[in-house]
Design a protein around this ligand. Sequence first.
Ligand code: 8YV
Length: 316
Amino acid sequence: METLGVLLTFPMNPYLEEELDRRCNLFRLWESPPESRREFLRAHAGSIRAVVGNATCGADADTIDALPKLEIISSFSVGLDKIDLEKCRQRGIRVTNTPDVLTEDTADLAIGLAISVLRRIPQADRYVRSGSWKSKGDYKLTNKFSGKTVGIIGLGRIGMAVAKRAEAFDCPISYHSRSEKPGTNYKYYSTVVDLAANSQVLIVACALTPETRHIVNREVMDALGPKGVLINIGRGPHVDEAELVKALVEGRLGGAGIDVFEQEPHVPEELFGLENVVLLPHVGSGTVETRKEMADLVLGNLEAHCTNKPLLTPVI
Ligand code: 8YV
């Protein structure tokens, strides 16, 4: 792969960066200031044949247009929402992602967030650290997770892994997706509002597409209600964030555990003072083990492309 010019869009993983540097001709996009990125791309357009992006910075239409020699985009993410797939199809550019290897971590985190919100784990930890246990006595009672009705939006790989975990907590499972999935006993709802109205914990686990943008809107939050908990381990734009803030501030929604935001790393400050929310900095796949496996998939896909072998995890 020595001759392969690779554009890395963001400093996403030190091991991946080192390996790309060692094995390819690496260009780091972030080393050029945002205002001179066009010139940077123009200067290296003759060499760049591959892009490695992630959930923060992928390859939009402008980037793809600026790279006439581009052959493959190997994404360090399962989500493809930051890649202009239509443009890739038109130009015959191959696209790969990192499915499966991050399913367990992301599903673990969804359950962790649900338990954290209901049992107030981070809040109780702060109670101990601040000395309040000593000065104010026992922490207030919280709410149970086991047995709660769990609704899942999107029953793909991650949604199924969430369902399997929630089942072990004796939670009745239902779901919404574009169509009913054969081979599950989970209850299917054809609308998200009906799913929310029949769930105590609603978990967003679908892919972000134009159709699923703001799939959790005011109506859905109101259906989930003042005792309901929303968990988002999908993408920020799945949830209408302005409406989420209002629903939580006005007490129309019981709580929320959120790993992804509409304008990362910006998080609405109104959420910082709320006791019924747990906020995470997009860490669904963020374990040493999984990020290494994701990096190896990115490298393996590039290697396969260069040696004319079948791609390991092709999208296009
Ligand atoms: C990452 C993700 O956060 O896979 C996805 O879709 O959102 C993530 O695993 C990210 O791409 C890591 O840099």
